[in-house]
Ligand binder design. Structure first.
Ligand SMILES: Cc1cc2nc3c(=O)[nH]c(=O)nc-3n(C[C@H](O)[C@H](O)[C@H](O)COP(=O)(O)O)c2cc1C
Length: 169
């Protein structure tokens, strides 16, 4: 799929068939995450792949808006290493760039995906840290839920000329 087509047609998919994604598909999505830009090129991310039913259920239990995770069959928790953060805030920005790359890659290869937020909701980051046994310097930023689509979503044009400013406000 062409990059612009991918950007303009990507939607959050929350209904899945349950069919497993392949290792090759997972690998493409991970590589897309690693390809993201990052402040000072620190690449502070870690990607925790979740595929076991029990783990998917455990995360769905603590995240009220990620209940689709077990049905999707695959989740990737994108975490940042706070020891590598150069300035407060960059960790979340870097990991968010990786997440968006992964969403687009999943869409580009015909899969469905949705970004489930973790950071900065302390309740969620704490719960996920507990379930995943993250060390203290690892901050879970977001969860990418991935699977085979079981819904079709319309493309939406969100361009809003009132939010575009030229030269000054
Ligand atoms: C930081 C962030 C957190 C989000 N958290 C959730 C979530 O927990 N569960 C969910 O189903 N969707 C979540 N979303 C997806 C948004 O609801 C979705 O992107 C938005 O409604 C626009 O729809 P679209 O992705 O189909 O264009 C999140 C998106 C972002 C960027």
């Amino acid at each position: 799929m062409d990059i612009l087509e991918a950007i303009f047609t990507r939607r959050s998919i929350r209904k899945y068939t349950g069919e497993e994604i392949t290792e090759e598909q997972l690998n493409i999505i991970l590589r897309a995450g690693f390809a993201a830009p990052s402040a000072h090129n620190k690449q502070p991310w870690h990607f925790v792949v979740l595929r076991e039913k029990k783990t998917l259920e455990n995360i769905a239990q603590v995240h009220p808006y990620a209940k689709m995770l077990p049905q999707a069959g695959c989740g990737i928790v994108v975490c940042g290493d706070s020891n590598v953060e150069t300035r407060p805030g960059f960790l979340a920005e870097d990991c968010s760039a990786a997440i968006q790359n992964m969403l687009l890659a999943a869409h580009g290869i015909g899969l469905g995906a949705v970004w489930c937020g973790l950071y900065p909701v302390t309740r969620l980051t704490k719960s996920v840290t507990g379930v995943m046994e993250f060390p203290e310097h690892i901050v879970p930023i977001g969860l990418v839920v991935i699977g085979h689509k079981n819904e079709d979503k319309q493309t939406i044009d969100r361009f809003d000329a009132e939010k575009v400013h030229y030269e000054k406000w």
